[in-house]
Write a protein that binds this ligand. Sequence first.
Ligand SMILES: CCCCCCCCCCCC(=O)SCCNC(=O)CCNC(=O)[C@H](O)C(C)(C)COP(=O)(O)OP(=O)(O)OC[C@H]1O[C@@H](n2cnc3c(N)ncnc32)[C@H](O)[C@@H]1OP(=O)(O)O
Length: 177
Amino acid sequence: MSRPRSTPASPITTPPSTATAPVADAAAVQDFIAAGEILGSACFGCGPDVPHGLHIQRTGRDGTTAFAEFTVIPEHQGAPGLAHGGLLATAMDEILGTSAWLLGRRYVTGRLETDYLAPVPVGSLVHLRSWCKGVDGRKAYLEAEGRLGGPDGRVAVRAAALFIEVPLEHFTAKGTP
Ligand SMILES: CCCCCCCCCCCC(=O)SCCNC(=O)CCNC(=O)[C@H](O)C(C)(C)COP(=O)(O)OP(=O)(O)OC[C@H]1O[C@@H](n2cnc3c(N)ncnc32)[C@H](O)[C@@H]1OP(=O)(O)O
């Protein structure tokens, strides 16, 4: 059996040669500090009012790299005693979105690729980190990981993603459900 690739990124989530290095936006950095007030409390990833949400806590940033953590509770279980894989993908999406936020524009997830490298037991504290590898027009190329046993512990889940910049109307326009 072949070893896991050193990066989770496929060609779609690998920045092209025309991509530029990400730059943290000063205003977004300020927003990051007050993120709870901006996002409200209903986000499944970070909202404090969602009973069985992930309750992800953002713990810091460095440039466009974002750090956060959350605890896997029994309601997050998939296979017996272990976190549901889709839920871990949600955690990846949240921390990726946080890194994209630091670019200072509005992005949504276009593509999310996830590798599961080790089981995540219920009760685990998962340390999340995401960083942007490059920006090319409306496209931002990001990676993320979730570690167990501490911020430098072993990687249990990792992801690569393509985020697409959208106008504000993307969130305010009412479509047909
Ligand atoms: C501190 C606070 C923290 C804040 C923290 C916040 C955390 C929350 C994070 C959660 C983030 C989410 O879950 S967001 C929710 C999940 N995502 C969504 O709902 C998105 C649904 N999809 C869409 O709305 C649409 O498909 C868009 C906006 C992604 C793209 O539509 P569009 O605007 O018409 O643009 P379009 O021309 O199609 O695409 C633009 C370019 O991107 C490429 N492209 C688009 N999608 C893909 C794709 N899946 N795979 C490959 N390539 C793609 C196209 O080929 C094109 O390339 P080229 O031809 O130009 O080369």
